[in-house]
Design a protein around this ligand. Sequence first.
Ligand code: KG4
Ligand code: ZN
Length: 362
Amino acid sequence: MRTGSETLSNVVASQIATHAPYGGVVPELASREHLRNVVPVVRTALAEAGISLRDLDAIAVTEGPGLAGALLVGITYAKSLAFALNKPLIAVNHLEGHIHAVLLEQAAISEDALPLPALALVVSGGHTHLYLARRNGESWHYKNVGRTLDDAAGEAFDKVAKLLGLGYPGGPWIDALAPHGDPKAVPFSFAQIKPKAHGRNAHYDDLARKFLFSFSGIKTAVLRYVQTHDMAASIEARRSALAQIPQAKPSDALLLCDEETLGLIASFQRAVVDDLRRKTFQAAEAFDASSVLISGGVAANRELRVRFTAEAAERGLPVAFPSLSLSTDNAAMVAAAAWPKFLANEFAPAELSAEPSLALGR
Ligand code: KG4
Ligand code: ZN
């Protein structure tokens, strides 16, 4: 990345094929794949950018949150590169990276394309967070104003897809199948969550407590629906039919789904998207945000984009999503988040270590 906005190369080594047979990320395999890929990926990125290691001004690496083993591979490698090349090392929060995936592209449109403060929804396989993002000179500040109490939204997509015998990761499968079903077929609902003002939520003021998510209930509701509607045999038939198809795609699954299944899928997606939309815009209003941005793997969801765009237009609020390739995890977003820290000489200490549950903002 040059000057925080010009992406010279963005190489992604996908681990989807490694984890797919298990229907979820296997931590040991994730570390092993990182170890196998880190050197070739850096080499390819440099080659595509047409530069050498010596041309770098600094090296940025994800400090957390994430799987400890995977984070450690990146940190150890980045540290040794920085040490050997005598270049500064910059530690980046993965969640800040997702936010910068959007800011990076908005900055390319114009300096003030996205008026601030922005209400940011970071929604992926591991996270469902709301932040109020503001800028002070070159530095960015985040206030955490919402989060999930249990599963992340992407995790719900993945678990429901698995439950229905679809492929991994589940989000793109549900995204592709939902338009073929009736979103009103199954009336899922999300209760307003009002946790007690003590214990682990004590630091949340009344306002922030309005913006809590919970996605484990809907997963159980889908399971219960499947059980009460005797869908087990047809799910099993779909699972084994898809297993026979090399590199099965959602279009293969469409032929294996009846109307009831498609209605269930469409209703699930509608319920999750509506819950995300409602709370995000309520938070934008409550915190007087001037724009809304959505990032993370689930931001790739087409219904989510359509419904967020429509509500933003109704409210006269600018809304921004990253392009599809920057929605899911990538390195450009980490470099973009590192740039303001580079300008501010905010470098990582020599003892930098992995922070698996690193938080962003207060
Ligand atoms: O940001 P990401 O690549 O990795 C994490 O940090 O988790 O997000 C991956 C998540 C997975 O749960 C995946 O199912 C979900 O994003 N996802 C989607 C879509 N594409 C990816 N969810 C819904 N609709 C999509 N089109
Ligand atoms: Zn991510």
